[in-house]
Design a protein around this ligand. Structure first.
Ligand SMILES: Nc1ncnc2c1ncn2[C@@H]1O[C@H](COP(=O)(O)OP(=O)(O)OP(=O)(O)O)[C@@H](O)[C@H]1O
Ligand SMILES: [Mg+2]
Length: 328
């Protein structure tokens, strides 16, 4: 029996703009997440990380977008679920935390009320025991003086504490999958380390799978079991964390790694940023979207967008691996 909790198959996400053209934000995305594992999703701004996360929760605005393909969670295709069916899934089986907790916490309600509502909604607490359960949950995420925090408002807490509250809410119903979109980017380094530790501990305790979205490769190396690298709405490389750091194959992944200190590398080479920017989504119609910034570009890259090639356990979307790899 497969342990896959989530299988994403050939997902395309596009947005309509004023001229009702379809802008392909994510193209032919396929990946899986197993129970209890952490999958890191990395890539530069605008490459489609958040849109991918939102599509798993079916939170991409329906009127202005379309999601094609299968998003299979515990054997059921969420892409066919009604809004009512998705409400059962959100917060209960899959939950999400964001970079800025103030965007998800309601500023006019007390912390305790916000958590107990989640518990109620999914039948994890009754009126009689909700306060007690809420305090218990806040303690689990390391919130000091939880008894008084329940009666405080979000603005009364520090950024790190607010993120702990978000994690408490996300973990309240013991979800199978936690999607964390840049959960620590807004925090300073010490607090960031504490929050990551907390996520790791909760994961161990509850065997939660985590999809961790970040542009910070340091966070990825700390947390992820496997890594998905995205560029221009597509997966360009996928491998276990060690392979990504020790033996990256796609010129974009290599560029990303050269632009940050690499804990797996023994060399003291200077850091080199990748030249140029990600082109606007939808402009490149043919060829490899990375070719304008690629150091190893050749004729074929201008003509055709590469397929994904499988090399042992690694997937790479680059023509350089056409001969060694098997097309998937
Ligand atoms: N509601 C929307 N309508 C139109 N286009 C959108 C919408 N949401 C996202 N996009 C476009 O989809 C692409 C992917 O955006 P997304 O937010 O997923 O990027 P990201 O990888 O999360 O970037 P960042 O690291 O900055 O958070 C971008 O080009 C963005 O402009
Ligand atoms: Mg984002």
């Amino acid at each position: 029996m497969s342990l896959d909790l989530l299988t994403v198959e050939h997902v395309n996400i596009s947005f309509k703009n004023d001229k009702s053209l379809n802008i392909p934000a994510v193209r032919d995305l396929s990946f899986h997440i197993q129970q209890g594992e952490t999958v890191g999703l990395v890539g530069e701004s605008g490459c489609g990380k958040s849109v991918t996360a939102l599509s798993l929760m079916q939170l991409v605005e329906k009127n202005t977008s379309s999601i094609e393909g299968n998003i299979v969670f515990e054997g059921e295709n969420l892409n066919t679920f009604s809004e009512k069916e998705m409400q059962e899934v959100r917060g209960n089986k899959i939950s999400m935390i964001f970079q800025e907790p103030m965007t998800s916490l309601n500023p006019v309600h007390k912390i305790g009320k916000q958590i107990s509502e989640v518990l109620f909604l999914h039948g994890f607490a009754t009126k009689a025991n909700s306060k007690e359960k809420t305090i218990e949950i806040l303690r689990k995420v390391g919130i000091p003086r939880a008894e008084s925090i329940v009666d405080e408002y979000p603005h009364q807490l520090s950024g790190g504490m607010r993120q702990r509250v978000m994690i408490a809410m996300a973990m309240a119903c013991n979800p199978k999958l936690l999607i964390a979109d840049e959960p620590t980017t807004a925090l300073d380094v010490t607090i960031q380390a504490q929050i990551l530790d907390l996520m790791k501990n909760l994961q161990k305790q509850y065997h939660t799978a985590i999809l961790l979205i970040t542009h910070d490769l340091g966070v990825i190396s700390e947390m992820a079991d496997r890594v998905i690298v995205m560029y221009y709405g597509q997966i360009v490389e996928q491998a276990d964390v060690r392979t990504i750091f020790k033996n990256p194959k796609h010129p974009y992944t290599i560029g990303l790694l050269n632009s940050v200190p690499n804990i797996y590398s023994e060399s003291n080479d200077r850091l080199t940023p990748i030249e140029g920017n990600v082109p606007n989504i939808g402009v490149i119609k043919e060829g490899c979207p990375f070719r304008f910034r690629c150091q190893q570009v050749h004729a074929k890259c201008h003509e055709h967008n590469p397929s994904l090639f499988k090399l042992d356990s690694q997937l790479v979307r680059c023509w350089l691996y056409e001969e060694q790899g098997v097309k998937v």
